[in-house]
Structure formats: structure tokens, C-alpha cells
Write a protein that binds this ligand. Structure first.
Ligand code: GLU
Length: 478
């Protein structure tokens, strides 16, 4: 009884519906964000719909904080959904209803085995070095044989022989023998549905056509399909979904991604690492999906180009350097007023957003993240007397302070406070003194910024404004 399934064209042509189904037991980590992104892109590319389902059936491990962080993280990345999120825990009754339908139609059965009995069964399997599996002891037994009022679970009657092949859009054809699957529980003794049942019922009721998720769920697909098939036999209109199980993300050393590698919530990339959402979007897109060797792909291009055919089969490696390089690119592309607001929020009260916006073109050019922009902007808001870095202090040794005095005098006479005019005046002074421009620029940089790295020195003069710039030069001049 071989059974093919999920052929790429198994579904009738029609609307594409994808879903992202996170379990809110932790924040939206990088792997989850990428799964969400692929689902979103696939639906947007095909003009379909994409939905969000919060799989909060594990009440003990699910938290409101995690739900909020997931929703906020998705929103930050610009992933929008075509309906309000569906909460799996609200649907327990509907899940149970399907379990009873399966029971009534003979696709499931009551199992009265006690926990002690099952433990003894497993003990024996262990002793015989057999796989630990429910042995089907109630599969063909008459429920009337159970003691009056005894608690029971409902188990799925899975096919006993044959095999199932899933034509996964990423993994290719994957076959599992039916005798490897046991009759697992779909409804617990307390009447609550199991995860495996809930996923299938929700996907059906949401009209999901494409299940795109981490390949750690590939085994589950073989357990979920028998429910789908059984319900299809009962009701019709329960087609196999198209499956695409995407490889997990590994760390740069090839090991499974852990906290150490950056398996953090997306908010850590936003808050701690100063990454822009469009950079993370682009990076996660390229992590596991490719279009030639293009690195920079905008959101609009991604929607146009994305397809599952471009998703690789092997795990991708997370590389913070690549993410930062992309982030640098998007910083340079980003609107200066928007960046100024982000940077001002990081600096706090004493930030001047308008000044930051004016400074942004020169501040962002070499930055790879917002923290570096904040660092670079420090001189704008420094208070006199400026605190000097050790290297900056070294630039003020020798005759530097005397030179600064001459610079101060020359610039004080400058009426046209533009970078061009200031440069011309400074150059003229350098020539007059028989010095290279660097000999003047270095102490100027130290006096104006307290550091040895800054935007171009004439830009610095302009950004500080005449009064503040002259005061800083004067303060360090001999
Ligand atoms: N809730 C599952 C998870 O967070 C995903 C289930 C699914 O996509 O089918 O790993």
C-alpha cells in the first residue's frame, strides 16, 4: 500500500496560503524569523495570504512576554499578516471534535492502557532492544472490555504497512515506512488535544496550502499526514499540503546554532547590535536562499524573486560579519532623519535630533551598526573641557598647541563657515607655515572631538558650528 503524497502539484491550482506557527516558549530567534520570512515571501510572491498562529498549547512554557516579543519582532521586520493571530489554545474544542470524528469513523480508537501498563511495555521493549513504541494493544480490542468508567486516550489508527513518500519542496522525495509509526495519542485522557492533532486541524481550518518550516519537523509531517488522509476520507476537502522543510541554521563553526553563535531574539539584533530591519531581512533571506550570487536584495526584489526552488538543502551558517556588512550597506542607503531618530533614542536626552540628521551623511559612511554611529556622534554632544583619549592627547604634544593657536586665529577671521571656505583657509595657513595639512588637521581633530577618528575635519567644524568649534580650539590652544 505505497502512498505518494505532496507531489509538487498535489494541490489544485488556487490561492497560496502559508503560515508561521511559533511556540511562544522563547523569543523570536533567528531561525524562527527566517521561517517566518520564507513563509511571508512565498505567499507575497504568489499573491496569496500568510497567517500567524501562536502555538500556545503548552500553557506552562508559553508566556505573554514571548508572545509580545514574537509579534513585535515580526512587525519590526516588516512581516505583516492577512488576519489577526490565531491562538491555538482557543481551539481545543475544535481539535477534540476532530478526534471524536476520527474515532467514530474508525480511524482512531480508545486506548485504556494504564500508565503502569505502558511503562511495563516500554521496559520490555528496552530489554529486547526494540524501538519504544506503543504496541497497538487496544487497536482491535473491544472497548467494552475496559473496566467501567476507566480513563482512556484516543489514538490514531495509523496505516500498518506500506510507506509514505513526501515530495518535499526542499528535501526532495523522503520515504518513511508506515510500520515505523506507532498509533500515537491525539486526545489525552483529560480530553485535551495533543500538539500533533492541533497543528493538522488548525492548518486545515486556516486553509493552509503550503507548510514551510524547519526540517526538525520533517518527521512530524509523516505523523500528521495520516490524520489529514483520514479526515479527507471522512469529509473530503482535506488535501495534503505542500511541504517545504528548510534546513536549520548553524553557527559559523558548523555546530548547531546556540546562544553563543547569535541564536538570540531578533530584538537583540535591533537593540544590542544596532541592526536595521531591512538588513536582517536581507541577511536572513540570503541565509538558505540564493539568487545567483546577489548579496543585496531589497524587500521588493525579494518578493519578486523568492521561490522555494532557491532554498538550499544543507544547513546555512550564521555569519555576523556578513550581517554587519549588509547592515553597513543599508545604513548608507537609509533616510538620514530616520537614522537620526534611531540614534537619538540610543543617545538619550542630550541628543539633538536635528543636528544628528545634518551630521548623518558623514557619520554613517563607515559605520556597520547603529552603535558605531552613536560612537561616531559622540563628539557632537561632548561638553567642554573635552575628555581626550590617550591617542588624542598624544596629538596635542610638542608644538601642536602653538599650531592650534594659529589655526584658531585664522579661523576666527573666517566669515564663511562652510567646509570649502574652512578648508581653503586652513590650507593657506599650512602653506604659510610650511607645514603639511596633516600637521594641522591632527591636533584640530583632537581638540574638536577628543579622539583620533572622526568624520573629515572640515565637516566637523561645520557640524559643531562656529562658536562651539572656535571654543574647542581655543580651549586646547597654547
Ligand atoms: N510550533 C512549532 C515550532 O515553533 C512549529 C510547528 C509547525 O510549523 O508545524 O517549532
Amino acid at each position: 500500500m505505497a502512498s505518494e503524497s505532496s507531489t509538487p502539484d498535489a494541490l489544485p491550482a488556487g490561492e497560496v496560503v502559508t503560515r508561521f506557527a511559533p511556540s511562544p516558549t522563547g523569543f523570536l530567534h533567528i531561525g524562527g524569523a527566517r521561517t517566518a520570512l520564507f513563509n511571508w515571501l512565498y505567499a507575497r510572491h504568489h499573491g496569496g495570504r500568510t497567517l500567524l498562529r501562536i502555538e500556545d498549547t503548552d500553557r506552562k512554557r508559553s508566556t505573554q512576554e514571548a508572545i509580545d516579543a514574537i509579534i513585535e519582532g515580526l512587525d519590526w521586520m516588516g512581516l505583516d499578516y492577512d488576519a489577526p493571530p490565531l491562538f491555538q489554545s482557543d481551539r481545543a474544542e475544535r481539535h477534540a471534535e476532530v478526534a471524536w470524528q476520527l474515532l467514530k469513523a474508525g480511524h482512531a480508537y480508545k486506548c485504556f492502557a494504564t500508565p503502569e501498563e505502558l511503562e511495563a511495555m516500554r521496559e520490555e521493549q528496552r530489554a529486547q532492544k526494540k524501538p519504544l513504541r506503543y504496541d497497538g494493544r487496544w487497536r482491535d480490542r473491544d472497548p467494552a472490555e475496559a473496566p467501567e468508567g476507566a480513563p482512556f486516550v484516543i489514538r490514531l489508527r495509523t496505516p500498518e504497512d506500506g510507506e509514505v513518500t513526501i515530495h518535499d519542496r526542499v528535501q526532495g522525495a523522503v520515504t518513511v515506512k508506515n510500520d515505523e509509526l506507532d498509533d500515537y495519542i491525539i486526545l489525552r485522557a483529560d480530553g485535551t488535544p495533543t500538539y500533533m492533532l492541533a497543528v493538522v486541524v488548525d492548518d486545515h481550518d486556516m486553509g493552509v496550502t503550503h507548510v514551510i518550516r524547519g526540517d526538525d519537523h520533517l518527521n512530524n509531517a509523516f505523523r500528521q499526514l495520516p490524520i489529514i488522509r483520514a479526515m479527507n476520507a471522512i469529509e473530503g476537502n482535506w488535501p495534503d499540503p505542500v511541504y517545504a522543510h528548510i534546513p536549520l541554521i548553524h553557527g559559523s563553526d558548523g555546530a548547531k546554532l546556540s546562544k553563543r553563535h547569535g541564536a538570540l531574539g531578533v530584538e537583540a539584533y535591533r537593540d544590542e547590535f544596532g541592526i536595521l530591519p531591512e538588513a536582517l531581512f536581507n541577511y536572513l533571506l540570503r541565509l538558505g536562499w540564493g539568487h545567483g550570487d546577489r548579496e543585496e536584495i531589497t524587500r521588493a526584489e525579494a518578493v519578486e524573486l523568492f521561490d522555494l526552488a532557491g532554498v538550499g538543502k544543507s544547513p546555512s551558517r550564521f555569519d555576523m560579519k556578513k550581517l554587519e556588512n549588509l547592515n553597513g550597506h543599508y545604513l548608507r542607503e537609509a533616510d538620514d532623519a530616520r537614522l537620526a531618530a534611531l540614534v537619538a533614542a540610543r543617545i538619550g536626552e542630550h541628543a539633538d535630533e536635528a543636528l544628528l540628521a545634518r551630521a548623518m551623511p558623514v557619520l554613517k559612511v563607515r559605520a556597520k551598526n547603529l552603535n558605531e554611529v552613536v560612537e561616531g556622534a559622540g563628539f557632537l554632544f561632548a561638553k567642554r573641557p573635552l575628555v581626550m583619549t590617550e591617542k588624542a592627547a598624544a596629538l596635542l604634544e610638542g608644538d601642536a598647541r602653538a599650531i592650534l593657536r594659529k589655526i584658531y586665529e585664522a579661523l576666527r577671521g573666517e566669515n564663511d563657515w562652510t567646509s570649502e571656505a574652512l578648508e581653503a583657509t586652513t590650507k593657506a595657513l599650512a602653506e604659510e607655515q610650511g607645514l603639511g595639512l596633516g600637521k594641522l588637521a591632527q591636533p584640530m581633530r583632537a581638540a574638536l572631538t577628543g579622539t583620533t577618528t572622526s568624520p573629515g575635519i572640515f565637516d566637523v567644524l561645520v557640524l559643531l558650528g562656529r562658536d562651539e568649534a572656535l571654543a574647542r580650539l581655543d580651549a586646547q590652544a597654547a
